[in-house]
Design a protein around this ligand. Structure first.
Ligand SMILES: Cc1ncc(COP(=O)(O)O)c(C=O)c1O
Length: 346
């Protein structure tokens, strides 16, 4: 019999766990709405809607942020679009995805007709990646850093060790801006052969509905992605928001938020550690934590009854029915979660 663990529903995402009135610990967007100054930027951009969008300014600003020339940046309709463009642009002989991780890269590759091989990281090893796990024949490797849902931040050195000529290394850094100082980011590293870094502005800035992200990497690779992209794929408001999110003031605010996430995550982990029925593996560095428990499904449903949505883990390859992903939130929400968990678990 095929079970969900063998054949997980890759199209499931945290937003499907939400319903009106539920406290959201299922989706990993860091704030409930964009900050007022960003909403102002979006509102002002409406006056430009008669013109077709031009990504030049946003690309120049993003490129400067990552110390790259502008032709090494491509603005996309969220990180999700970048995976689709990648899948359309490449012809890998052996594509490898490091799991457990966000499932859209695999969905996009399969939808474009590519076969995908999975390398599974081990919870008891702290979901660590060992470069020798990547098959020598892999000419496309995709990995998340920090990884959704494990929250593990792989060392840049480990990722460099899997890059080589003739292999494309795609690093999904959608949550990297939530790691203070971004010590393991490869976005500014221009010496790695075949590197493509994919980033999102969705999580940090509460912009999931706007669709804005970007890819950085070799101009040749980005040219191929760009040719696969529909004309005017990224709207003027999205481009205006991207440009604004890299102002010095916005970057300071992002740093403050990232530091706050660190403290809130430590609090969440500390409180979870008082519940012996829940286990965590590896060092969490992203704005969510992954927990294992024998009663995950029951717990998730009972939390829902108490008004709290957490994300099921069984739709991620490599995890099974015993996993839940919980977003890092302000203390009062964490307290409410822990209170509910304590009551349910007795
Ligand atoms: C790891 C990861 N990468 C990329 C994305 C997609 O981000 P975007 O909203 O920019 O398409 C998500 C969304 O949940 C994600 O978790």
């Amino acid at each position: 019999m095929t079970t969900l663990a063998d054949n997980p529903d890759l199209a499931h995402h945290g937003d499907l766990e939400l319903a009106p009135g539920l406290v959201d610990l299922a989706v990993n967007v860091l704030r409930p709405e964009p900050p007022p100054w960003l909403r102002q930027v979006l509102a002002e951009s409406l006056a430009t809607l008669a013109a077709y969008p031009d990504p030049t300014e946003a690309e120049t600003i993003v490129a400067a942020r990552h110390n790259r020339p502008a032709n090494e940046v491509l603005m996309t309709a969220g990180a999700a679009e970048a995976f689709v463009l990648l899948a359309r642009a490449v012809r890998p002989a052996h594509a490898v995805i490091v799991h457990p991780q966000f499932t859209e890269p695999e969905v996009a590759l399969r939808a474009a007709g590519h076969q995908v091989d999975r390398v599974m990281l081990d919870a008891t090893d702290g979901f660590r990646l060992h470069p020798e796990q990547i098959p020598a024949s892999a000419d496309l490797v995709i990995i998340g850093n920090p990884t959704n849902p494990t929250s593990v931040l792989h060392p840049a050195q480990t990722l460099r060790a899997i890059a080589r000529p003739g292999r494309m290394l795609v690093v999904d850094e959608a949550f990297m801006d939530a790691v203070p100082g971004e010590p393991e980011s490869l976005a500014a590293d221009r010496d790695i052969p075949g590197l493509l870094v994919i980033r999102s502005l969705t999580k940090m800035w509460g912009l999931a509905g706007l669709r804005i992200g970007y890819a950085v990497g070799e101009a040749r690779v980005l040219g191929a992605l760009s040719r696969a992209q529909p004309l005017w794929a990224v709207s003027s408001p999205a481009l205006a928001a991207a440009a604004a999110c890299f102002s010095p003031r916005a970057q300071n605010e992002a740093m403050t938020t990232a530091l706050q996430v660190d403290v809130q995550r430590a609090y969440l982990l500390d409180r979870l550690s008082t519940l012996p029925q829940l286990r965590t593996y590896g060092r969490a560095r992203a704005p969510f934590v992954l927990v294992e428990t024998d009663q995950a499904e029951q717990l998730r449903l009972k939390l829902r009854e108490r008004g709290i949505a957490v994300r099921r883990g069984d739709t991620f390859p490599g995890l099974g029915p015993d996993w839940l992903r919980i977003a890092v939130r302000p203390y009062a929400i964490t307290d409410r979660l822990i209170e509910a968990l304590s009551t349910i678990l007795g």
